[in-house]
Design a protein around this ligand. Structure first.
Ligand code: TYM
Length: 330
């Protein structure tokens, strides 16, 4: 079986973008692949976090993944900071990553602009920690949204660089992107991706959001002055984004959607999108409520996941240390 690894930051509550771009795929893939999924709490530190919020969101992130349908019998689920091999390999990879490569990362540039009061070294070297996450587990495929493409490319470059400098050590992973939903945009600024850390809460929908609020946000979504449901990313970014959401949830093609809403207009289309989102999220919200109160069960899974991940990660880390010349007593 091929190995899959992917991660998600607990820097906020998961959004519909996270779900359609990544999580929905994770749930499907766990049936056919050897899957490892990780709550990457160390990555969240690149932006200032309130400790008690980070702690709660990390727990809630773990439970949200379970609620989405990640099955701990099928997939390995763990929290990044429990496995110190991640930061160890990240340091080593830092020493094989060029400043120029990190400088080109658009996510760094965006975040540095947004958090200009806190452009820290971790924000800059974020991609080599992400590469460490992936490379530790000899990953074949990384299911992510479009915004992670550049990071995956860098991970591949680092793997190849290391393998060529020493000898084959890392599997060279490939990105795995969904056909629709790979890039869900903000409901308020459809030129910008939907993000869990957006200050404008009307821009995103959270998985745990109240149905009435979901409907309200979709009804308020920015569209255009026409009244024709038609897919045109350039000129009709808002409507195209809602079509993308609807298409990912119903598996209808854009053409089918255009026909379904021909002559009907935006009002009803938005209601249909809202209903589709609410229907999809309803079972997730129910499971979240059930599971999150069962702390003993969740914490047992957190510990078991960490142990399994640690065993796998250290195998790769030991090989790496040996190849680069760190002294090891036999
Ligand atoms: P993060 O936490 O920002 O997002 C988690 C996943 O959701 C996807 N995503 C989106 N997909 C479609 N539309 C959107 N608007 C949208 N917003 C987010 C992301 O592409 C991602 O798949 N750097 C990663 C976390 C990470 C990671 C890893 C991922 C750390 N180590 C190793 C894969 C493998 C991140 O910040 O994701």
């Amino acid at each position: 079986k091929k190995r899959i690894f992917s991660g998600i930051q607990p820097s906020g509550y998961f959004t519909l973008g996270n779900y359609l771009g990544a999580l929905k795929n994770w749930v499907t893939l766990q049936n056919d692949y050897d899957c490892i999924f990780c709550v990457v709490d160390l990555h969240a530190l690149t932006v200032r976090q309130e400790p008690k919020h980070l702690r709660k969101r990390t727990y809630d992130s773990f439970v949200q993944l379970l609620a989405c349908g990640i099955d701990p019998q099928k997939a390995l689920l763990f929290i990044q900071s429990y496995v110190s091999a991640h930061t160890e390999l990240a340091w080593i990879l830092d020493c094989y990553t060029y400043m120029g490569e990190l400088n080109r990362m658009t996510q760094f540039k965006d975040k540095a602009e947004k958090h200009s009061d806190n452009i820290n070294a971790g924000l800059f070297t974020y991609p080599s920690l992400m590469a460490a996450d992936i490379l530790l587990y000899q990953t074949d495929l990384v299911p992510v949204g479009d915004d992670q493409k550049q990071h995956i490319e860098l991970t591949r470059d680092l793997a190849n660089r290391f393998n060529n400098t020493y000898s084959p050590t890392f599997m060279v992973p490939e990105g795995y992107y969904p056909k629709t939903g790979a890039r869900i945009m903000s409901l308020q600024e459809p030129e910008k991706k939907m993000s869990k850390s957006d200050e404008n809460e009307n821009g995103f929908i959270m998985l745990l959001e109240e149905p009435s609020m979901i409907m309200k946000k979709i009804k308020r979504a920015v569209t255009d002055s026409e009244n024709e449901v038609r897919y045109d990313r350039e000129n009709k970014a808002g409507i195209s984004n809602l079509m993308e959401i609807y298409s990912s949830l119903t598996e209808k093609s854009f053409e089918e959607i255009e026909n379904e809403f021909k002559g009907i207009g935006y009002g009803e289309f938005k209601i249909a999108v809202g209903e589709a989102v609410i229907k999809e999220l309803d079972p997730i919200q129910k499971r979240f409520k059930e599971l999150s109160s069962d702390k003993a069960y969740v914490e047992k899974l957190i510990q078991e996941g960490a142990q399994k991940a640690e065993a796998l990660a250290y195998k790769t880390l030991r090989k790496v240390k040996k190849k680069i010349g760190l002294y090891q007593v036999k």
